[in-house]
Design a protein around this ligand. Structure first.
Ligand code: SF4
Ligand code: SF4
Length: 440
């Protein structure tokens, strides 16, 4: 079984793996952030009081790395102001009061054979598609390799290595053909010959369905269940034995990696002109009365969704957007679902770990599990003492913030937060250095 060196085996807790995707109720009101992606915020193209249909563009990408934003319901623009965001403390949001009709903007079907790679990328850009695995990187940018780069392989990432989350597993079981169509479209957009779908071995039903649906020379790779098996650099190393160099992207080694949800969204955008206004999320954790996989409109509040799952059943300690390893803790249930929300996880008070920090005992466990072969102990030590120049020598820019080091640390040192700090400083330093070199 293929895998990478390092990594951890947290409890799987995939309680919703057999729960089919259900449609969530149409929300009466949505709050749609204009910044749901990497890069620059979209600019609003509607005004307060305007009537909008479902799928109508309300925010436009004006920069190269940005994404369009669309209305996820039919109704009236109530406000355009700063509001809560799950990835920023606050950001510009458009609030829409629904009229209950859910009238979609008209669209026509397209024939893939008649579309050029440029037209495919334009349709993906128009539809506001971003990576649905959590990173939110605009997909049309990912599919624009520089002129001197040849992409030969597209990997569809169905690893879903985070505990609890099962939305990708359900998509592979229920929307298999859409994923395969998405893969073919992405291959055509970048001119790649090879198409692979990577799935961890804890999803036997998904493996069976995808294996029976793949076409031509495309292949399914079954990978060992281990966290973070779904990280881009680990997937590429495991499947193609190619190493993405420090500070470089998969494109630099001729590969595009997209999540299974992104493949479905790409297929809908290109073949049906359907913008990204809804996504599948897993609502899970021992704090949730009924755990479910739901197809949810972007902008629906966490509270609305948790209520549709019967509310909280115990005292909840933490609500996380995403999985327990890389997800973001939220401070309010008024937070809206965005394109990168893969799950809502509610953990209870009796699951609260002992977080009292102690001194490093130099056990080396963090070094043994780091999938990027870093020395988290040294990075944490120098970051805590604000010794940036020493920390820079340990390559913090290569940290993928997977949290494996913190998970195994017996001293409960908040290694990810400490490493994120020194990583930010190093990236800033590298940016300044390259600007200076460019000026010379
Ligand atoms: S140092 Fe970074 S990449 Fe390595 S285990 Fe820790 S969080 Fe993951
Ligand atoms: S796991 Fe924790 S205690 Fe052990 S070496 Fe790493 S930082 Fe130190």
């Amino acid at each position: 079984m293929r895998t990478f060196s390092g990594g951890i085996h947290p409890p799987q807790s995939k309680n919703t793996k057999d729960k089919p995707i259900e449609k969530a109720d149409l929300p009466k009101k949505v709050v749609i952030p204009l910044q749901q992606h990497s890069g620059c915020q979209a600019e609003p193209v509607v005004s307060v009081g305007d009537m909008v249909k479902t799928g109508q563009k309300i925010g436009e990408a004006k920069a190269f790395i940005s994404a369009n934003i669309h209305s996820s319901i039919t109704g009236k623009i109530e406000s355009i102001k700063k509001g809560l965001s799950p990835i920023l403390r606050d950001g510009w949001c458009i609030t829409i009061e629904g009229d209950g009709t859910d009238e979609w903007v008209t669209s026509q079907k397209n024939d893939l054979d008649k579309l050029s790679p440029e037209e495919i990328r334009q349709k993906i850009k128009d539809a506001g598609i971003v990576g649905l695995g959590g990173a939110g990187f605009p997909t049309h940018v990912k599919l624009c390799p520089p002129c001197n780069t040849k992409v030969d392989t597209v990997i569809i990432n169905g690893a879903e290595c985070e505990s609890y989350l099962t939305c990708d597993n359900r998509l592979m079981i229920e929307r298999t053909n859409e994923i395969i169509e998405g893969l073919e479209i992405i291959k055509k957009a970048v001119g790649a010959k090879n198409g692979y779908i990577a799935i961890e071995d804890n999803k036997p039903k998904a493996i069976e369905k995808v294996k029976s649906a793949v076409k031509g020379s495309d292949k399914v790779f079954v990978l060992k269940t281990k966290y973070p098996q779904g990280a881009e650099k680990q997937l590429i190393k495991v499947i193609l034995s190619r190493e993405v160099p420090s500070c470089k992207l998969p494109l630099d080694v001729g590969v595009v990696v997209d999540n299974v949800g992104t493949a479905v969204a790409v297929r809908n955008a290109v073949l049906e002109n359907k913008p990204l206004v809804e996504r599948v999320i897993t609502v899970c954790g021992s704090g949730i009365s009924t755990e479910r996989n739901l197809l949810v409109r972007i902008g629906t509040s966490f509270k609305d969704i948790i209520d549709q799952c019967g509310g909280f059943k115990k005292d909840v300690w933490k609500v996380i957007m995403g999985g327990p390893m890389m997800g973001l803790s939220q401070f309010s249930l008024d937070i809206p679902v965005i394109k990168g929300t893969s799950g809502i996880l509610a953990m209870t008070l009796d699951e609260r770990p002992d977080l009292r920090e102690r001194n490093c005992i130099r056990c080396g466990r963090c070094v043994a599990v780091c999938p990027m072969h870093l020395m988290p102990n040294m990075l944490g030590l120098y970051s805590a003492r604000f010794m940036m120049n020493e920390g820079f020598k340990y390559n913090p820019e290569d940290c993928i913030e997977c949290g494996s080091c913190a998970y195994v640390c017996p001293a409960k040192i908040p290694l990810v937060q400490l490493i994120r700090f020194v990583k930010g400083k190093k990236l800033e330093h590298l940016r300044c250095k390259s600007e200076l070199l460019n000026r010379k």
